[in-house]
Design a protein around this ligand. Structure first.
Ligand SMILES: Cc1ncc(COP(=O)(O)O)c(C=O)c1O
Length: 447
């Protein structure tokens, strides 16, 4: 393989030593998807401390859409670091924050007047969007999805579905959060086609959920990922999303799009909301917004964003200047290269290979994707669709042992997802896919 260079057993001796130190000093609660320690990265390649080179299909969980060590970003961050690191925007302001707010107000869906507030993490953006929605509507309840993921702080966890490992032992969670089932076209009842399933879900919302679970007049906002991230890259039917948006509007419920994982070109548009033709009232962004530096944002309708009393939102580090200049340069790069179009090309290459894998093997139950956000579901049986978490884990492990860093996902932990930097070269992409294909086929033969 041209790009992958494996010189030691994986993990190599230096990584093993660091892992032993990590085990002694870092909380066991922090997960380790791989036992590899990075020395440097460039584009879609990761070089580890033992001199091995991996193709990266994880992008630090989708946070490096324009690639590791992008020279333009490195340049502006270095330049900013030499001037000042921190003044706290709330104390002594700086221009980069304002420029970034202006940019996000312009590029997010919706022609209406918008405003932006910056934060540190995806979870923080979602929590603040909920605070703003509650203040604006004067209502308390929030709707989210069982298959959704919105972060690890307590309110974000309350909005999140998956219990293990995220929520186990951390309750009680904030009240007034009500969950819908996220449309899952693979696991829908066999007898229903997509249209019938969409009708069924919408009917359930109006005639059961709003009657027996929560009164829509008490609901401040609905929080939705347009493609689930940790939930295994479920893609909802367009009509479902459009109807949901309409129902929200009719009932005075704000639509909050969590575009933390889907944003900045990943799905083949700058924002996934654009695929569905919706203009969310509030959009949460993070991850590839600043290509790896901690930063998040909430952008939304001006009157909503302005309803909060001065001092009601903010924080010491929010909109850090290093992150702001990185974000401005990242967005410039994405726009200049039209990286969302590259995401579609990547998606086409990936999906062609994934569809073939689904056809050729018994372990791949489903292959789905929107742009470069593609996923395989690993199952024990194609008819029962029983998830195979253990096999998924094995595939992920064998992948990194063979030079491909890739992540699992899904409520059942049985999805393999692609979050490669969108600057990945065709040969790197195809090389990484060949590793994955070979391993999935080997696992298939072991059935
Ligand atoms: C859709 C979505 N929302 C929120 C979050 C939380 O972001 P963070 O880990 O930056 O708090 C994530 C993280 O994976 C995510 O995928």
């Amino acid at each position: 393989m041209k790009f992958i260079k494996i010189k030691t057993m994986i993990p190599g001796p230096k990584s093993r030593k660091l892992m032993a130190e990590r085990k002694k000093n870092v909380s066991n609660g922090i997960p380790a998807s791989t036992p590899i320690f990075i020395k440097s990265g460039n584009g879609a390649l990761i070089h580890d401390v033992d001199g091995n080179t991996f193709i990266d299909f994880s992008g630090g969980i989708g946070a490096t859409n324009i690639g590791h060590s992008n020279s333009k970003v490195v340049g502006v961050v270095k330049n900013q670091a030499e001037k000042f690191f921190h003044s706290c925007f709330q104390v002594v302001g700086y221009e980069a924050y304002i420029q970034l707010a202006k940019k996000l107000n312009r590029i997010t869906p919706g022609k209406f007047a918008k405003k932006t507030a910056l934060f540190n993490s995806g979870a923080e953006a979602v929590e603040n969007a909920v605070k703003i929605a509650r203040k604006f509507t004067g209502r308390g309840a929030i709707i989210s999805f069982e298959e959704g993921f919105h972060g690890r702080t307590l309110l974000a966890l309350g909005l999140t579905g998956k219990v293990t490992p995220y929520k186990l032992g951390f309750g009680p969670f904030p009240s007034e959060i009500y969950k819908l089932h996220y449309p899952d076209l693979y696991r829908k009842p066999h007898e229903m086609d997509e249209e019938q399933y969409t009708d069924f879900l919408l009917d359930d919302l109006e005639n059961d959920f709003f009657k027996a679970v929560v009164d829509p007049k008490n609901v401040a906002a609905l929080v939705m990922e347009l493609v689930t991230g940790e939930g295994g890259f479920l893609i909802p039917p367009k009509r479902y999303v459009l109807e949901l948006k309409k129902i929200c509007k009719e009932n005075g419920i704000l639509f909050i799009a969590d575009e933390v994982q889907t944003g900045f070109g990943r799905t083949g548009k700058i924002f996934a909301s654009e695929h569905f033709g919706i203009e969310p009232d509030l959009i949460c962004m993070a991850k590839s917004l600043s290509n790896g530096l901690p930063l998040s944002a909430v952008t939304g309708r001006k009157e909503i964003m302005d309803c909060v009393q001065e001092g009601g939102i903010g924080g010491t580090f929010v909109g850090n200047p290093l992150s702001c200049v990185s974000a401005l340069e990242t967005i410039k790069f994405i726009e200049k290269r039209k990286l969302w179009i590259r995401a579609r090309e990547i998606g086409n290459i990936v999906m062609e290979r994934f569809e073939k894998l689904k056809e050729d093997t018994n372990v791949v139950g489903d292959a789905r994707g929107l742009g470069a956000m593609c996923s395989l579901e690993i199952v024990k049986d194609k008819v029962t669709r029983e998830p195979d978490k253990e096999k998924t884990k094995k595939i992920v492990k064998k992948c990194y042992e063979n030079g491909l860093v890739i992540l699992s996902a899904g409520l059942f932990g049985n999805c393999i997802r692609t979050l490669m930097p969108l600057v990945i070269k065709d040969e790197e992409l195809k090389g990484g896919l060949s590793v994955l294909e070979k391993i999935v086929k080997e696992e298939d033969e072991k059935k």
